[in-house]
Design a protein around this ligand. Structure first.
Ligand code: NAD
Length: 503
């Protein structure tokens, strides 16, 4: 660990357990074995606010993925896991959730340091959200059933059984913004249905998943059920997406990479879930409490420094309140504390790394060049920085890059509208369809507008909520399939019909 990072941990104080984890060598977890980098390459893991190196992680290889798939296959076909009763699986999954709960502060600190996010929010949202999700899916393990059916038109007497079977070995590829939570969003359904898995965390933020793997072993989950291979997307991710021994691929990340993953997976006819990018619209009507709605819209885009797939990143605001609303937004944004994740009260933390910082600032530059009016924030003025101020643009047209493209940073593009129809048309004028939000006190309007929005979720008078019981996923270029909710389970199950002739 670089001295700058060590000083950072000392300055704000972290648990001894967190420091001890960050200081020990990191290993992959394959078939219950801890695999060191050895002769493989190792990636540096950076803490971006200090610029220092936290640790190194092994750069997994195609052979590592193959070994992990074999271990997962063995457990799925013949191992102890395949013989467990659903209730025994439920107990094991809950034991794992208990261990996460027991280590929640450490997991939150690891997430805060690795991603660069507020420590408290990492605890409340990332880790607690992951624990809740795991418990929710533990409950499903005993409730997955098929059905009996009578053929509708077939002559003669028949009875049919429609069976639900676990799909097999699941390849799971996660992004860097909510590493633990996104991984668990996939793992809950994997374990509840009796599947096994090979997980690849994002190379920028693998640490919480590696700490989690230690808890997997401690919980007594049989070796090979959960395997973690760290490394790059082009090697480890691609090897998972294209591996013939993988029955289902579940991917969260950008639309461009999702298409590559889908193209590879379909060669093996692997089942596929793709949770992809977004450019989610927010519609603010004239009847809102302006102060309250502006705060909610601001939190919707500035939470996690805007590095959120379903962030409301383009807001259309009724013309009659447009300027007043912008003034409230700017006021709220200027009050958000900027600082490193471990510092108390920080809300806007560093971008995850240099590349993301450059992407976000290049979009701010583009917004200015394209003629959008800068209401607050803008380009960092001290040259090299890890932080981007919360930024709001006004009078954007739907043809501007800041309105069309996913920036994945604390940047809100806005425009005004006159009529409800115009607002809906502006909202739907996007290749993405992950989420949307409506702010109004008119319930009739909610029921008129929500069905017309082409998005996987419509949030009314708040933004950013997720819940394990409610499906999450996109329309259009934002993805295929759903995570969470009972709807997710079917993506991890095969359906088999057994015909019984009774005559
Ligand atoms: P990314 O697409 O660059 O990477 C995602 C994962 O894919 C990483 O683990 C990466 O290593 C891996 N990968 C990269 N190239 C690969 C390849 N050729 N084959 C297989 N795997 C490969 O995305 P990111 O930058 O990590 O995350 C940001 C993106 O994720 C944004 O677009 C965001 O909207 C999206 N996201 C979506 C959701 C959702 O639920 N819809 C949630 C979080 C993030």
């Amino acid at each position: 660990m670089d001295q700058a990072v060590s000083d950072y941990l000392d300055r704000y104080g972290v648990l001894d357990a967190t420091r001890a984890f960050l200081e020990r060598p990191q290993h992959m977890f394959i078939g219950g074995e801890w695999i060191a980098a050895g002769k493989r390459d190792a990636h540096e893991v950076h803490e971006f606010s200090t610029g220092g190196v936290i640790t190194h992680i092994p750069a997994g290889t195609v052979e590592d993925v193959d070994a992990a798939v074999k271990a997962a296959r063995h457990q799925f076909e013949n191992g102890e896991w395949s013989r467990l009763k659903p209730l025994e699986r439920e107990i094991l999954i809950n034991r794992l959730a208990d261990l996460m709960e027991a280590n929640i502060d450490e997991l939150a600190e690891i997430e805060s340091i690795d991603v660069g996010k507020p420590r408290e929010l990492a605890r409340e949202i990332d880790v607690q959200g992951a624990i809740d999700t795991l418990r929710y899916f533990a409950g499903w393990a005993t409730k997955i059933t098929g059905r009996t059916a009578e053929p509708a038109a077939l002559p003669g007497s028949h009875l049919a059984l429609v069976l639900k079977e676990p799909v097999g070995v699941v390849g799971s590829i996660a992004p860097w913004n909510f590493p633990l939570q996104t991984m668990i969003w996939k793992l809950g359904a994997t374990l509840a249905t009796g599947c096994t898995t090979v997980i690849k965390p994002a190379e920028l933020t693998s640490l919480s998943t590696l700490r989690f793997a230690e808890l997997v072993q401690q919980a007594g989950i049989p070796d090979g059920v959960i395997n973690v291979v760290t490394g790059t997307g082009s090697t480890v991710g691609q090897a998972i997406a294209s591996h013939p021994g993988i029955d289902k691929v579940t991917f969260t990340g950008s639309t461009a990479v999702g298409k590559l993953v889908g193209t590879s997976a379909i060669q093996n006819m692997a089942h596929l879930t793709l949770e992809l990018g977004g450019k989610s619209p927010v519609l603010v009507f004239e009847d809102v409490d302006i102060k309250q709605a502006a705060a909610a819209v601001a939190e919707g885009i500035f939470f996690n420094a805007g590095q959120v797939c379903d962030a409301g990143s383009r807001a259309y605001i009724h013309r009659s309140i447009y300027r007043e609303f912008l003034a409230e937004l700017a006021d709220y944004a200027k009050g958000l504390k900027i600082g490193p994740g471990l510092a108390p009260e920080s809300f806007i933390c560093p971008m995850v790394g240099k590349k993301q910082f450059e992407t976000v600032t290049s979009y701010i530059r583009k917004g200015i060049e394209e003629g959008a009016e800068l209401i607050c924030g803008g380009l960092p003025n001290q040259g090299e920085s890890a932080f981007v101020e919360p930024t709001v643009f006004a009078d954007c047209s739907n043809s501007m890059a800041v309105m069309r493209e996913e920036i994945f940073g604390p940047v809100l593009a806005t425009a005004s509208f006159e009529t409800e129809e115009e607002a809906i048309a502006l909202a739907n004028d996007s290749e993405y369809g992950l989420a949307s939000a409506i702010y109004t006190r008119d319930i009739d309007r909610v029921f008129r507008v929500a069905p017309k929005l082409k998005a996987g979720s419509v949030k009314v008078n708040r933004d950013g909520q997720v819940d394990p019981a409610l499906p999450f996923g996109g329309y259009k270029q934002s993805g295929v399939g759903k995570d969470l909710g009972p709807e997710q389970l079917d993506h991890f199950l095969e359906t088999k019909t057994v015909w019984i002739s009774l005559s």
